[in-house]
Design a protein around this ligand. Sequence first.
Ligand code: MN
Length: 747
Amino acid sequence: MTDESKQVHTPLDPDRLFSELDAKIAENHNLDRARIRAAYEMARAAHEGQKRKDGSPYVSHCVAAADIAVDMGLDEDSIVAALLHDVIEDTSLTHADIARQFGDAVADIVEGVTKLTRVQYTSKEDEQMENLRKMLMAMAKDIRVILIKIADRLHNMRTMAYQSPEKQRSKSLETMEIYAPIAHRLGIQKVKWELEDLSLQYLDPAGYQEIADSLRDRMPELEEFMKNMEQKIQARLRAEGIEATIYYRIKHIYSIYRKMYAQKLNMSGIFDLCAFRVIVDTIPDCYNVLGFIHDMFKPVPGRFKDYISTPKPNMYQSVHTTVIGSEGIPFEVQIRTWDMHHTAEYGIAAHWKYKMGDGAASLRGGDEEKFAWVRMLLENQQESDATDFFHDLKIDMFADEVFVFSPKGDVINLPVGATPIDFAYSIHSDVGNHMVGAKVNGRIVTYDYALQNGDIVEIRTSKSSPGPSRDWLNLVKSGSARTKIKQWFKKERREENVFRGREMLEDELRHCGLKLEDVLDDEITAPVLKRLCFATMDDLFAAIGYNGIAVARAANRLRDEYKARSERAEKQTVLDKINAAADRREQSAKKLSKPVQGILVEGLDNCLIKFSRCCTPVPGDEIIGFITRGQGVSIHRKDCPNYLQRSGNPENEGRWIRVGWAAEITETYVTTITIASKDRSGLIMDIATVLNTLNAKVRTLSSRAIGGGRALTNIALEVKNAGELRYIMNRLNAVPGVSEVVRSGEK
Ligand code: MN
């Protein structure tokens, strides 16, 4: 061999590889081998002349991917699609070509795989990675697309040795960050491990080698040990009457690697390198086996985990324990049923396969929420065939979300139905506000285009853009875009907003039967503005204009305030009339001159005032003056019988004069009252007691019997005004035996 020959790989013979696959497929009688072979023929013809980096015909990769799909237990369409998975991307065949011969389902899967293949990947921070994983799963829609993509990636990783160092690194990183976690999420542990170990080989060759070398050095010892342990356990279980299959293995390199780095250990510090798997028929046997193993070996405290009663989110079930073997070497034991084993090996695919195989498998436990959709589908498909099952098995975990790329390769997560406008605002408000166009996957799209998973979105901006349009508010799906658009209108378009808001409010008020002018009154607007937290009406108009406040809300408040004011105004009118009357009285009183003894006389100053004896008026009484001959003005109550009698007399015409009480009166006035009562002993004493209690200033008090057992009592007393007098009279009225209290002159 020459030096060059080291790198020369014996090219694989695809036909031989396919016959081996065909033989494997033949074991499964449900599969149509002729159809699968036809797919192989199509792929071979399409990829004719293309070579892999190792020099093998390209179609060997397709056969290998199909082989992995068969191992995963995928259905016939999946195997056909796996064989054809690269023809759309790398050959002249189209979706239609595939659909014509193998049906839409196969063509759709191949197209789905092609889309995933086209997704550009650049390593990002964790959150971006998670979004990218979700995007791929959301894009796949059909779970088979993801599973075939994983099979494709697994084979590419297996043959990565022939690629350039750069490609080895970038593909390994992508595998580690994207595909291994997806495999884990789908419960395909075996594939996940292999992907991780293959990736590690290129990402940290030295670290990988250190572990691999160390394991190789210890392998004879460990092999010997594991064989020994396996025999011991098997013997015990047989003695206990338990049928079990036991596998053992050295743990996969990446899991040892991670432990070493996480716990800062070197290889010799790594606790358990050996793992045993005991597979039994029933769940009670799982726990029985656990008991026997703990009886045989010393368990390491804190290492027992029961994933049977509490399965992992990806439906993984087993009981785990770590024990110390006879040579002092610790090892892990996983105990599970065959059901659980299939789930652990092939995840979702295993469920389908197993289900279809004997119809006995069922899902137990599991993460109710995360995989409820899988369970539901599994339960619903009992009578349907495999194709229907997979057809229905859409990945709807991210049904509310859509994942798209920025031109830089960032994954942007938006609500389903989001448009380029949502995207622009999610990048930055400025991008949204200056947006003048959008391209998706290199093509110009309209603003209402609904973004699809995996779209690469590019926003054209311009400094001279007119800014967002109000229609955009109807196109966006994300709250943050809506908020940002509103903010723009709030800030940038005040005048326009004021004008628009004013019109909107005018319209709305018209529905309430009001005009805008009706409510533009401080008395109405001030409380409304305060309530709605605006400084001025323009601010309110502006807010209505940019939809910062619902116009109906503003209109209703104004209408309510308008109504309240109208009611107040009505009340005010009445009050005004009363006040006006009072004002007029005051005015006319002012025309009167200076008061004498609390009395103002129209047109006369300092005239002599006499209070008539007949009716003894006090302030509060309506009064009238009579000009006497030589004795000044005599003051009568307007209800004085003398006045009423004489006022009509023409002889006295011109002698009655308007008079009034002064505004402030300090004097007291003598008036007289008459009490009609029973003539009883002690009556005077009782009346005197009341008057005394009330501090009434009594001038004279006389009482006389008028026959029939009745008496009249006359009292002259000083009071400030009619109110005080009325009070005193009411109290006197309550004296036992009193039938009436009247002012003199009333009878
Ligand atoms: Mn491929």
